[in-house]
Design a protein around this ligand. Sequence first.
Ligand SMILES: [Zn+2]
Length: 64
Amino acid sequence: MAVPKRKMSRSNTRARRSQWKTTAANLTTCPACKAEKLAHTACPSCGAYNGRQYAEAVRTEHEG
Ligand SMILES: [Zn+2]
């Protein structure tokens, strides 16, 4: 396996990391209530997921 011959400069490391970017979350619409929700999760407003209902998803402890 190749090993770097020299330590990379702080400037070079920071220049590379300055190109790191975040991407927007993939929002979909809930088929039950048409609200915006994250893909592959239960709907936060009505708790529907894959034709089933999750009452806990509507009110969790940390959401209040
Ligand atoms: Zn919903």
